[in-house]
Design a binder for this molecule. Structure first.
Ligand SMILES: [Zn+2]
Length: 261
């Protein structure tokens, strides 16, 4: 039953229309009105069509513009976002002188190394001798398998020998090679200064005595294995070992330390 109702209802309006048309076709006035109506409807349709088309076109244009603007907008926004993203890493790499900081660290670490491995500038230990008179004999051969590891400062017999720096006398030693010698530690106990071939010590020199830079500690001679015809001071600088033994040290070239100061 419900199927009949639904099937029967649509034809009803379809039947009413022809009836209306038939009435107006019969009536001439109605026909004229109908023509006007048709024209109006046609006009409406055309107008609506036009409006619809215009709206569609406008909508499409708006959509195009929108898509264009959205496509151009995301493009710039995407491009700047990508651009900074792509430029940031290089910037970070450039700003990353963290890579150079270790290098700075190593150079700054190598700067303290000299101060820890070698003492500051030293006073020339022979009175009246200028830096320009010094000769670097640190690497000169002494015998078959021996290197000098010191500096020889030539001066007349009896010329005063002075302390190169503050410190204390740790050993007064008479050796076969060095003759009359004096070992001095620096105040920090890291370095030893060795004076050899002395003619003798200055009065009052005893082991444990505190001495000052420039203080006379002895006199130039030719004791030990030095040539009696060529008196000179044999001077050495050493970096002491952990046990701080006066005989145990690593030689440091005194020349740069003396010529610089
Ligand atoms: Zn020497």
């Amino acid at each position: 039953m419900t199927e009949e109702n639904t099937a029967a209802s649509p034809p009803v309006p379809a039947e009413t229309e022809p009836k209306v048309i038939e009435r107006r076709v019969i009536d001439k006035r109605g026909a004229g009105l109908f023509r006007q109506f048709l024209l109006f409807v046609a006009g409406l349709l055309v107008g609506a069509n036009g409006v619809y088309y215009w709206m569609q076109r406008d909508a499409a244009h708006a959509a195009n513009a929108g898509s264009a603007s959205t496509s151009t907008l995301p493009a710039p926004t995407a491009a700047p976002v990508q651009a900074p993203a792509s430029t940031e890493p290089p910037a970070r790499i450039i700003v990353d002188p963290h890579g150079s900081e270790p290098a700075v660290g190593t150079t700054s670490a190598s700067v303290p190394t000299p101060t820890t491995d070698r003492p500051a500038a030293l006073l020339i230990p022979v009175q009246g001798v200028a830096a320009s008179q010094l000769v670097d004999t640190f690497t000169q051969a002494r015998g078959a398998n021996r290197v000098h590891d010191a500096i020889d400062i030539v001066a007349p017999q009896g010329t005063p020998v002075v302390a190169v720096a503050d410190g204390k006398v740790v050993k007064l030693f008479d050796s076969k090679a060095g003759g009359i010698t004096l070992y001095q530690f620096d105040p920090s106990g890291r370095f030893v200064y060795y004076y050899a071939h002395l003619q003798g010590y200055a009065p009052g020199m005893v082991e444990g005595k505190a001495i000052r830079r420039g203080e006379v500690i002895g006199f130039v001679g030719s004791t030990g294995n030095a040539n009696p015809d060529a008196p000179h001071l044999h001077f050495a600088v050493g970096s002491l070992g952990a046990d701080k033994d006066w005989w145990d040290y690593t030689a440091i070239n005194p020349y740069p330390l003396l010529s610089g100061g």
